[in-house]
Design a protein around this ligand. Structure first.
Ligand SMILES: C[S@@+](CC[C@H](N)C(=O)[O-])C[C@H]1O[C@@H](n2cnc3c(N)ncnc32)[C@H](O)[C@@H]1O
Length: 430
């Protein structure tokens, strides 16, 4: 029986007709695993976008698969897709209409899925892990959807060579149009044998085996000391492989920090007036924010800079990427900053109307297709989290028409600064 890939959803990630929850690479990786015949307990899956690989293997009867997904959205989608397969299958009713036969067939298939997924049995089909020894120890087959960045691939390849079984085989796959020879080279640093396979359905697998000896310390996180607008001493920035901009200061982030510094928002000051008397147009009389959120914090540069200049503020840094969250935590620790760092989707665990300032440098790439939906979800989140009268400061590529969107979703929005590349706006939550 074919696994019903098309029934998988990306939710809570952005959904659109041109975005699907699985691709041919997932199918090739699953086929390869089925042919390899390793037991589920010896299989680790890394980068399973929305659960297609893990659930197809679970569907084929595998148990004890270990899975690592970087994104909180992917983790939630996998859990939801797993539930949905079990629920749909267990609960599909038989109806006396013309489709009764079809429904009965679907119900039977569903029951089979439920059984395969371990519903009602003790064996868990899969367990979720961070990129850590418990994900990989004893693993003899690792299935990897190639990550976007080479640094992320380097961190994963090192982890597999470091922690998996000595006879591990790593099968890494991707869409041919996104693959580069540099990926082979990175894999070759951790494995003696790297064999790209023939492309199939516009995807290609690379088989890596014979792990090389690893250096004493993992290569990530890396750390750099960088000069940051508004700080009188360098900030130490720590970055794991998957973190946006690595241990560098992104030029958009720099522009936002320059505006914050020019507005006097990065000067130590005490609360000047109550939040309720805030003016929509001026910042000079704005009180210091008490609760500040760095929404989509990456390595945490915005949060760390704000916290260093406002020791009394409560600063929350949040990101959907585990790699970003680990980086931001390391950045906070390296600078002696006390800030909460959470792994979450669009700050969903931050209460409504609880922050008076949000700093936002939204993503404009969704996977590899450009899609405004990813930024839109963060604007929506900002509207929910801000107190009425609260301020959202956003930096974005000047080619994007976000001002109208921000005005619609948040409230009155004015341009504070514009360079040929970047625009910084202030939106006041209505
Ligand atoms: C352009 S980067 C900015 C990172 C950091 N604030 C900086 O300025 O260096 C955008 C960040 O948003 C995060 N992100 C994207 N969608 C998100 C979501 N739904 N929830 C939380 N974070 C998200 C990405 O993982 C990425 O770290």
């Amino acid at each position: 029986m074919e696994f019903p890939y098309a029934s998988l959803r990306r939710f809570p990630d952005v959904e659109a007709p041109n975005l699907q929850a699985w691709d041919a690479t997932d199918e090739l990786l699953v086929q390869h695993a089925l042919a390899a015949g390793a037991p589920g307990e010896e299989i680790s899956v890394i980068g399973d976008g929305y659960g297609a690989i893990t659930l197809a293997l679970a569907d084929a009867g595998y148990r004890g698969i270990r899975v690592h997904q970087d994104l909180a959205t992917g983790r939630r989608a996998l859990a939801r897709n797993a539930d949905e397969l079990g629920h749909r299958t267990a609960g599909a009713p038989e109806t006396p209409d013309d489709h009764a036969h079809g429904r009965r067939v679907e119900a039977r298939r569903a029951d089979e899925h439920a059984e395969h997924l371990g519903f009602g049995t003790d064996a868990a089909a899969f367990t979720s892990h961070e990129l850590a020894p418990d994900l990989l120890s004893g693993a003899r087959l690792v299935l990897l959807q190639l990550p976007k960045s080479l640094a992320e691939l380097e961190e994963i390849a090192d982890a597999v060579a470091r922690w998996a079984a000595p006879d591990v085989t790593l099968i890494a796959g991707g869409r041919v149009k996104h693959m580069t020879l540099a990926q082979n080279e990175i894999l070759g640093r951790s494995f003696e044998t790297v064999q790209p396979q023939r492309a199939e359905r516009k995807s290609r697998l690379i088989v890596a085996s014979a792990p090389r000896e690893v250096p004493d310390e993992p290569p990530f996180p890396v750390a750099e000391r960088i000069d940051v607008p508004g700080l009188d001493r360098p900030l130490t920035v720590a970055a794991h492989g998957g973190a946006f901009a690595g241990a560098k200061l992104d030029i958009g982030t720099r522009v936002l920090l320059e505006v914050l510094a020019a507005e006097g928002r990065l000067r130590r000051a005490s609360l000047a007036q109550p939040v309720s008397s805030r003016s929509a147009r001026s910042t000079s009389h704005e009180p210091e924010a008490q609760t500040v959120v760095d929404l989509g914090c990456g390595t945490g540069i915005l949060a760390a800079t704000y916290a260093l200049t406002h020791p009394d503020a409560r600063v929350i840094a949040t990101d959907r990427s585990a790699s970003a969250v680990a980086s931001a935590r390391a950045t906070m620790a390296a600078n002696g900053v006390e800030a909460e760092v959470t792994h979450d989707d669009a700050g969903s665990e931050i209460p409504d109307h609880s922050a008076d300032l949000i700093l936002l440098n939204p993503p404009f790439h969704l996977g590899s297709s450009i899609h405004a939906g990813a930024a839109g979800r963060l604007f929506e989140a900002a509207a929910r989290i801000l107190t009425p009268g609260g301020v959202l400061l956003t930096v974005y590529n000047s080619s994007l028409a976000y001002r109208t969107e921000l005005t619609k979703r948040i409230g009155p929005t004015e341009q504070l600064h514009r360079t040929p590349k970047f625009t910084v706006t202030r939106s006041i939550r209505r």
